[in-house]
Design a protein. Structure first.
Length: 340
């Protein structure tokens, strides 16, 4: 009974020649023929038609001349190259007419900038060319002012070039000492600062020609925008927030007369009765969670609240925050994580 022998897999691509095949092919060319049995280690010689059976003796194989073999082996490769060229030409013919739809004006570009050093360099270039108006919006109360040693020379440079500056910060920034230092060194007639309870994100607009916004949460990727339509949209959004913001020279609106609660505490109270937890409240107002909880403790003391649940009811009763039935119920039942 015959035993089937397992045929070993030849360890290379079907279009390649192994070392054994090259040696055997060279031997066949020198001798004019080679025993069929000797080709067992290199079946690729037969697969690639580099040898053929000797018509006089099937036990022997005769080599095909290298020039003929090369022409034969290049045929499928050549066909593949031609097919790829054909596909490339077809794609070019399909997409080329669309090039006229897209403006080639570099001023219409939206560029992705990756890396904080690259972002600072791009903003620095825009700062160096600003000579009319600079609009900025900065969320948070501490981070923007940690960069004041770098920002102040740029601000003074833009003012010297004739630019006026407008900044929007959050209310909590009013208590940042470095903001006061910054204001003391920039000419008052060229700088306006207003604050709002909540802002959207960081935004820089230079001469109504180029804007920068973050492209991710960690702010190490930014978009440089030069498209006029998008610039106009960002400026309109900025002007809406500016109109609603409170000038830094004015005191923040006080709460209900007779209630010893600050404006920041009133904002915290409103967010609490809307159902936001401490972390979300702090994030929205640009303050630390520790500071937020300190204000909540002062709220409880000011309103003589015995518990968080009691505080929620007293906030509504005092008129500090407008009641919202669903939110008040949520707050009274206890803190529940709510996205901020």
């Amino acid at each position: 009974m015959a035993v089937d022998r397992e045929v070993p897999v030849h360890p290379h691509d079907a279009r390649e020649l192994c070392d054994s095949a090259i040696q055997l092919y060279a031997e066949a060319l020198r001798k004019g023929r080679i025993p069929r049995a000797d080709l067992a280690p290199a079946p690729c010689l037969i697969d690639m038609a580099l040898v053929h059976s000797d018509p006089r003796d099937d036990a022997w194989m005769r080599p095909v001349p290298p020039s003929a073999a090369l022409a034969h082996l290049l045929q499928p490769v050549t066909r593949e190259i031609h097919e790829r060229i054909r596909r490339t030409a077809a794609l070019a013919d399909s997409l080329a007419p669309l090039a006229s739809v897209v403006s080639e004006d570099p001023n219409l570009a939206i560029t992705v900038i990756e890396g904080k050093p690259q972002i600072r360099a791009a903003v620095g270039d825009a700062t160096a060319g600003a000579s009319r108006e600079v609009l900025t919006m900065q969320p948070g109360s501490t981070r923007p002012f940690n960069q004041m040693p770098e920002a102040l020379p740029r601000a003074l440079s833009m003012v010297e070039q004739g630019a006026s500056l407008r900044h929007i910060y959050q209310h909590s920034a009013r208590y940042a000492p470095r903001l006061k230092e910054y204001l003391a060194q920039v000419p008052a007639d060229r700088l306006q600062v207003r604050t709002v309870e909540q802002t959207v994100e960081r935004l820089l607009i230079f001469d109504r020609a180029v804007a920068f916004i973050p492209a991710n949460a960690t702010r190490d990727v930014a978009l440089e925008i030069r498209h006029p339509a998008l610039i106009r949209f960002l400026i309109q959004m900025y002007e809406v927030l500016w109109a609603q913001a409170t000038p830094l020279t004015q005191q923040l609106p006080t709460s209900t007369p007779g209630t010893p609660v600050t404006a920041v505490q009133r904002s915290i109270a409103r967010l609490l009765v809307e159902g936001h937890v401490d972390d979300a409240v702090a994030r929205k107002l640009g303050i630390s969670v520790r500071t937020c909880r300190s204000h909540i403790a002062k709220l409880m003391q000011a309103l003589d609240a015995s518990s968080r649940t009691h505080l929620g009811a007293l906030i509504v009763q005092s008129g500090i925050a407008e009641p919202d039935g669903a939110a008040v119920r949520t707050y009274a039942e206890g803190p529940t994580p709510v996205s901020g």
